[in-house]
Write a protein that binds this ligand. Structure first.
Ligand code: JTA
Length: 604
């Protein structure tokens, strides 16, 4: 829980902060500007600004030993940390953080369930990595290309992957993918591609494509406006093959969070729905999710419109999602999708697109779409009516003064909507929310800078202390990623013993009304600000009539059928915050304890 007054001068001035939202669901939804003024659920911090701040911290990190700051550090109410007196090898060198990482990466990190990370803060020996090696060049080609092939075509019925993480034991990266893997010729001979995303480093993105594909047409679908749009377009000036589609964002405070690749090959088409921005840091030491479609073959010429549909209606839903952009450029991609056979798809598409939806349109997007899918396709098993829901995310919007405003009402109702009986409707279902603590971030591979991608603001946090009682730590021994902070977002329904799950969703959608939508006009209208995209895994689509997936633990005996074990990427059951734990808040200082690089966090 936030300690009141603990943040002193970091508490916001009223001029800084928008008025309390409380009216979102009650007031008529006519304007966007007025709505926006009453909602602080979305961090308004353009990606380019966040990246500049990150760059600045990289070039001049604030060392923990810096006397200017230790003198100013608050004397009381100091966080006790597991690191105190642990004898970590804190060097006082002026080495760049990037260089420190290089050293650390040479050492294998042993993941153990203790408070302090076991990786060295800094190795005391020098080594011989080249001077200009950057984080983005850390990609290591798979030792055996056959591994990649197997990964893609066998042994992974869910086609759900995590991104590779530098600095963890290689065994945990064996089923993981770097963006260069995804774009490799092993996946297909690229003809053209579209990249939907939020934050994009164009030059870096181009370098992720194999040399032979770098001049192929690339469409970037983004939501940038004005100066940041000009910056994005300027980044692409050297590349004649790059074109842009600006997603319309007519409702204030909306963002284009969707992260998707459309990859057109000589051999067919592939869709990749994931959670990583197109910047080096997002593919380096974070936990990120990826769903890879099968290779979709081209349909025979002149096949009818409904051909190539899957049992999950994925083709039609993907086309509907793309139609929502109302863009001529995307219409060309819609036509291409139309010409392919997506019938092998086992997942359901779940998107959000900005708008105010009424009538049957209300169930097209956001949490009402999830509600509809669960009602239609998740088995209604009486014993599952009390199963907890688990939400895991990397940012948090404004949820109102208490749980009744959105979280435990409309949102929860959607997450528990598998044909519930009237009787069970009032029976309260546990809600477990997983979001990193300050210590999670401090002890992470990236250290405090990982918090630059966890933009929960003090302004929002201090208005909803009630929410923090639902919080659980980030822990991921299961995937070896306890120190790789989550940028993945997942939602699931699990059995009380957390051994089984009724469904699993990986998405770009954080815990916010902007992403999931909020009911207005007495529940007759769903208002969504942002573009989001995810895929829903339902047991029925994987031939599991038993009605649930088993949760895959650290061990899986070879005799077990992998198709019944879902690879949940973090530890279940989630562990509640302890009394000293605080949720990571990105715009307040942390100067009481150094991070894994010996640095502090002092946001400007
Ligand atoms: C830092 C962000 C995303 C996403 C969106 C972010 C912000 C700050 C990271 C991020 N917004 N922000 O969709 O992936 O303040 O908006 O990673």
């Amino acid at each position: 829980m936030l300690q009141e007054g603990a943040h002193g001068k970091w508490t916001v001035s009223s001029s800084d902060e928008s008025p309390e939202e409380n009216s979102d669901s009650e007031k008529p939804s006519t304007s966007s500007v007025l709505d926006a003024a009453h909602d602080t659920s979305v961090p308004q911090y353009p990606c380019s600004e966040a990246r500049k701040a990150a760059q600045k911290r990289k070039t001049s990190p604030l060392k923990f030993s810096d006397k200017r700051f230790s003198a100013e550090a608050p004397p009381a109410g100091k966080q006790r940390t597991s690191q105190e007196g642990s004898g970590w090898c804190l060097s006082s060198s002026d080495e760049e953080p990037e260089d420190q990482e290089k050293h650390a990466h040479k050492e294998t990190v042993k993941e153990e369930k203790t408070d302090a990370p076991k990786h060295p803060l800094k190795l005391c020996k020098d080594d011989e990595l080249s001077e200009n090696q950057k984080a983005e060049e850390y990609y290591e080609a798979p030792s055996e290309t056959q591994d990649t092939w197997d990964l893609l075509n066998g042994g992974n019925p869910f086609r759900f992957f995590l991104t590779k993480v530098r600095g963890i034991h290689q065994s945990y990266n064996s089923g993981a993918l770097h963006i260069k893997d995804i774009l490799s010729p092993l996946f297909g001979t690229l003809v053209s591609s579209a990249q939907f995303n939020y934050c994009i480093d164009v030059a870096w993105l181009v370098r992720q494509y194999p040399q032979e594909f770098r001049k192929k047409p690339l469409l970037i679908v983004h939501g940038e406006k004005r100066e940041s749009k000009a910056e994005l377009l300027a980044q692409a000036r050297p590349y004649e093959n790059i074109s842009f589609c600006q997603a319309k964002l007519d409702i204030a405070f909306g963002t284009h969070h969707t992260k998707m690749m459309l990859l057109l090959y000589e051999e067919g088409l592939r869709v990749v729905i994931h959670t990583s921005n197109l910047i080096a840091d997002d593919w380096h030491q974070k936990t990120q999710g990826i769903w890879l479609s099968p290779l979709y073959p081209r349909l025979p010429q002149g096949t009818s419109g409904s051909a190539g549909e899957s049992e999950t209606n994925f083709k039609s839903d993907l086309i509907s999602y793309l139609m929502a952009y109302n863009s001529p450029t995307l219409k060309e991609w819609i036509d291409l999708i139309q010409e392919h056979d997506l019938s092998e798809t086992r997942v359901y598409l779940l998107g959000s697109t900005p708008g105010r939806y009424q009538g049957s349109d209300k169930e097209k997007w956001g949490h009402l779409r999830l509600r509809k899918l669960l009602k239609e396709h998740a088995l209604s098993i009486p014993a599952q009516e009390s199963w907890p829901v688990v939400g895991q995310f990397s940012s948090i919007g404004s949820m109102g003064a208490d749980g009744s405003k959105w979280l435990c009402s409309e949102f929860q109702e959607s997450l528990v909507a598998a044909g519930r009986s009237v009787m069970s409707l009032k029976c309260d279902v546990p809600v477990h929310l997983v979001y990193p603590t300050v210590n999670n971030v401090r002890q992470s591979l990236e250290g405090y800078p990982a918090g630059g991608s966890l933009p929960y603001s003090i302004q929002t946090a201090q208005k909803q202390l009630w929410l923090h009682s639902y919080f659980h730590k980030w822990s991921a021994e299961v995937s070896g990623r306890s120190h790789a902070m989550p940028h993945i977002k997942t939602y699931m329904r699990s059995s009380p013993d957390f051994q089984k799950i009724a469904w699993f969703l990986v998405t770009s959608a954080n815990l916010s009304k902007a992403a999931w939508g909020a009911l207005e006009k007495n529940g007759t209208q769903l208002m969504i600000r942002s573009y989001e995209l995810g895929v829903l895994f339902l047991p029925s689509a994987f031939g599991l009539d038993k009605g649930c997936f088993h949760v895959k633990g650290k061990m899986l005996s070879e005799s077990d059928n992998p198709a019944t074990y879902f690879p949940v990427p973090f530890d279940l059951p989630p562990e509640q915050y302890g009394s000293k734990d605080q949720p990571w808040i990105w715009n307040i200082p942390y100067t009481d304890a150094p991070d894994t690089h010996g640095n502090m966090w002092v946001p400007s």
